[in-house]
Design a binder for this molecule. Sequence first.
Ligand code: FES
Length: 580
Amino acid sequence: MIGKVVSVVQQRSAQWYAGTDRNAYIHRAWMRRGLPAHAFDGRAHIAIANTASDLTPCNAHLNEVAESVKQGVYEAGGIPLNLPVVSLGETLVRPTAMLWRNMAAMAIEEMLRANPIDGVVLLGGCDKTIPALLMAAASVDLPAVVIPGGPMLTGTFRGRALGCGTDVWRLSEEVRAGTLSEAQFIASESSMLRSRGHCNTMGTASTMGLLAEALGMVLPGLGGTPAADSRLLEGAHKTGRLAVEMVAAHRTPSSLLTRGSFLNGIVTLAAIGGSTNAVVHLLAIAGRLGIDLTQDDFDVTGAQVPLLVDLQPSGRFLMEDFFRAGGLHAVLREVQDLLDPTALTVTSSPLVGPLGDAEIWDREVIRSRGEPLQAHAGIAVLYGTLAPDGAVIKPAAASAHLLQHRGRAMVFDSIEDMHARIHDPDLDVDVDAESVLIMRGCGPKGYPGMPEVANMPLPAKLLRQGVRDMVRICDGRMSGTAYGTVVLHVSPEAAAGGPLALVRTGDFVILDVPARRLDIDIPNEELAQRSPSEATVTAYATPLRGWERLYVQTVQQANTGADLDFLVGSTGDRVSRESH
Ligand code: FES
């Protein structure tokens, strides 16, 4: 048996296991707890990078998914190895899961590189987990395939479907508006999360699971499968088999993903009405691969794409409906002419290959190309004196009458400042439905971590008047399950010297989405004379140690993906040095 071990050198894992010397002995012996000797005869060793965690409830079922992956890997002659990795639960992790996305990506990257593995199956679900896994896999560039954990089933409350996330915003605003009692609000809590799986709206988790497939990184047809659907486990089994095949073919992210793959992702993002968070995530993943992708690509490519999916937060239905209606392939078939036909998937076949068999089974949920919800969807990228490096808005989630708007600024220096004053009955007497709410200090450096707070609540006194949307501008992000006329990701952020730091309450601000402009209506010379107030500057984060300090010192701006400057790019799967 050892002779056979010695002869096998083609696998990366053989760098650890092949040979008769002491090191190879140690590497094999410590793994021989249940593994037979032939586990080291050149079989593909497949890590299952598993973000299951009781503190990431959206991913808690991934251990069961991992078992199905294992069966598939074994069946194909490989060796599956569970690798628990950093997990991020969107609702629990403080101050914001985005602060830890790059940390998770860095830790996963290092563990993939440091261990004797030949390929990896990436198990994610909750918002940041799939982006972090893909960023890591892109930088290590081992054969890699994603299994999106899938959305939860639809829960209902008083006969009405509840979109988790989206309906929390709606119900809480109803409480504040006095149209729903607090007791009724609390009673809805246990109805909102009906099953295992991630949020069931077209929020960030659903979006990134579908985009992972649109990029080509998922077994075709698996994206969007509900977490409780047995077809997810069947797909996990097949993915385990596929991972072994990918190792044999040395099918790595860099050999699959092209600029065309990312443009396919942008077309998909627009057609499904996906989360604005996908902008920073796709930019960051592309950055790891050295692919030339910019924020403007989202506008240019997305602008010609119709909105075809009627899901919350901007629409009516939920992910279970989407899957039943035909799922991602039904959408992609409708926009197939806009997709790069050469872009490949993990199967080495083109993304567009299976689309001929796709059908729409419910045209209320997924519209045909001829009857779109909106002719032009996508993300609009705005530039102007308030956002020299850009800002984004999702017109599909905004109020049409506010897309061209001029109003007086009501400025908050921080989240805390906003919370302290937004419902104050004495809040600036001039605040009305025409006002523009501005919050700064919420960018990657400022908070830190770019929290999802841009959809700030409306002043209670305006809610009571029936106002349900206002123009809001922020250097932070917005939850993918939220909605409203919200300008996000303003770059540079205030804490990085952006002009957002110079706006004062009472200044007039002009939003013109059709013209792609976001301006402060004061002369440039006057703006140049201003400097940020002390209250503005003292609200910025100043972490003294640990990850937060490293993050604030090295994080880039939202318009390039908010990755750390030293994590952009790839160094492949080679370890820096071999010990022993
Ligand atoms: Fe996990 Fe929404 S909280 S996906």
